[in-house]
Design a protein around this ligand. Structure first.
Ligand code: HEC
Length: 199
């Protein structure tokens, strides 16, 4: 037993190292396949072969936070809606370099019905009930020309809270574009709301 113990622990130790290296490789590989902006279009994490979008898995931990918007209530205190905007990894660094969203960039806007409460700071509006998501995916060179949710350099879609994989949008021109006209000069994105994009 005295002889076998060191041999066994050496075998176990090398097994542990191999496993560690392998799981690191898997982690690195999984990340490039699911979250890197350049793979959003190809690998199918967010866009399928026909160009249909979905809400990316795990964006709350894997994506970068761009900023938030509060829509004022028509009457009384507090917000009537809260919007939290996220971008796929690498977006902030790339945008700060040349003021452009790289091909494959994914933007996710969460829409919340706020909960309005009294806190020690005052009347607060915090994220309450999720209503759903707006998703935009940057696709240069007129991708998916047959898909009504693609055009003007982006794929566009809305998803109800219960169904992050299937959009209820029919046509980006009627469902999205009109409202984004004021942001046309910044590639249809309301960049003034996103502090991290500022240099
Ligand atoms: C009623 C007008 C309106 C409609 C319709 C609309 N948007 Fe927007 N969208 C805005 C405004 C204004 C902002 C920024 C301020 C805010 O969120 O209130 C915004 C922000 C966004 C953002 C965050 C990034 C950005 O552009 O600032 C995404 C993503 C987005 N919209 C996607 C969509 C998609 C996809 C559709 C169609 C399915 C759509 N929007 C339809 C007005 C609209």
């Amino acid at each position: 037993m005295r002889v076998r113990f060191p041999a066994m622990s050496a075998a176990i130790a090398s097994g542990v190292i191999v496993t560690a290296i392998f799981s690191q490789w898997i982690a690195a590989h999984a990340q490039t396949n699911t979250t890197a902006p350049s793979n959003a279009l190809g690998a199918g994490a967010v866009v399928d072969a026909a160009g249909n979008l979905r809400v990316p898995d795990g964006y709350r931990t894997a994506y970068e936070s761009l900023g938030s918007w509060a829509i004022a209530a028509d009457q009384g205190k507090g917000a009537k809606e809260l919007h939290l905007v996220y971008a796929s990894p690498g977006t902030i660094a790339a945008y700060r370099k040349d003021g452009r969203f790289p091909d494959g960039t994914v933007l996710v806007k969460e829409v919340f019905q706020p909960a309005i409460e009294q806190k020690t700071t005052g009347t607060v509006s915090r994220a309450g009930t999720l209503k759903g998501w707006f998703v935009m995916v940057k696709g240069e060179n007129g991708r998916y020309p047959d898909n009504q949710m693609w055009g003007d350099g982006w794929g566009w879609s809305w998803f109800d809270a219960g169904n992050p994989t299937k959009t209820t949008s029919k046509n980006y021109k009627t469902d999205c574009l009109g409202c984004h006209v004021p942001a046309r000069g910044s590639d249809w994105v309301y960049v003034e709301g996103y502090q991290p994009l500022k240099r």
